[in-house]
Ligand binder design. Sequence first.
Ligand code: PLP
Length: 428
Amino acid sequence: MLPTNSDTLFERAKKVSPGGVHSPVRSFKGLDRSPVFFKSAQGAYLTSVEDKKYIDFCQSFGPLILGHLDSDIKEKVHHMVDTAWTFGAAEIYSLELAEWMTSRIPFLEKVRFVSSGTEAVMSALRVARAATGRKKILKFEGCYHGHTDSLLVKAGSGLAGVAASSSAGVNDETAFQTLTLPLDNEALLQQIFTREGKNIAAVIIEPLPANYGLLIQRKEFLQTVTKLSKENGTILIFDEVISGFRVALGGMAEILDIKPDLVTYGKIIGGGFPVGCYGGRKELMDLVAPLGPVYQAGTLSGNPIGMVAGLETLKKMERLSGWSVLNKRTEAFAQQLNQAFQKNSNGLIVDQFSSLFWIRRNNSSGSPIRSIEQIAPDQGTTFKKMFLNCLDQGVYLAPNAYEVGFVSMAHSEDILQEAVKVITKASQ
Ligand SMILES: *Cc1c(COP(=O)(O)O)cnc(C)c1O
């Protein structure tokens, strides 16, 4: 039997895993508290080993758009568990999901399933390099694309666009092949394309950057990215691992009416199980093995449990017009929080887009934040106080000042009301 105490469990976990966790943000680093150890989840709630219940706005960092343990998904998963666990062969479940997606998203002609967002991004970049015969990748500061080597880079000092590795173990030779630019800056974008355009295989961007705060971009900026990519024969990759099937059925591509050459999905597409996906134009996807020369494979790729969980999640969202329900609910939630924050003059503001929200310290200009350098320097300290108070009062936010919150279909208006009270009090 495990002891029913998070502190004790954390001590044990630290002995057998780095930082006691299997993904860094989970460790509550810098928050001066042991991470809460959970044992079960239902709907909008998590239950800790101490038997304390929390309203969960982390939702496993995005996959659970219907909330934990949705009854319809559960039924499909139970049935699949009784039918087969994995085939390593051609089967009907990935076919159904692939047909569902490609029949609804116009630019998505072919897809390949993998097991994580990282893997999807890594493979899409490989396709782009193969298609163009070029080496370089352009990414934007503040966008996260998983932990593939070529994207673990930050802005270097010196010449605009030149990157440096942001992780030990990533060679400079690899980092130098990636160019990085700030978001929201057309002038620098134009400049880099003039200098390097014919060397850039792919531009990769989160069309709704939501991994370093919520940095909602101007449509014109994304249109310029698209235009310059096209003019230079550069592959445009929308990384919609977080925004895909969350902001709309067709993700940000639908909202912006932009057709990227390639797109990456993850999170929601597996309904809570490990699934990633890349896809796009037929002639690009046909470069992938066994049809083409780009090698990519996976033992558990297209795992049937993830496939049925993902498909049922998407079908249910479509059935319930879930996206419009969530948009309205989250907008009202953010509005109530903003009114309360204003009344208390606590200097905080909530940014919201669809069912994503981010609580941040307002900057002096009071204007929207579109790139990382606009984030207030005391975001971390402000967040820490609010986060710990919320935790005491039974609201679980993602344990990091730069992570967004997620509202799921299981967050009823009553639950959101309760959360508004707790968060308001916690941030006084
Ligand atoms: C989460 C995320 C990834 C990485 O996905 P994993 O499944 O964690 O590997 C990549 N890109 C974006 C935009 C993400 O939000």
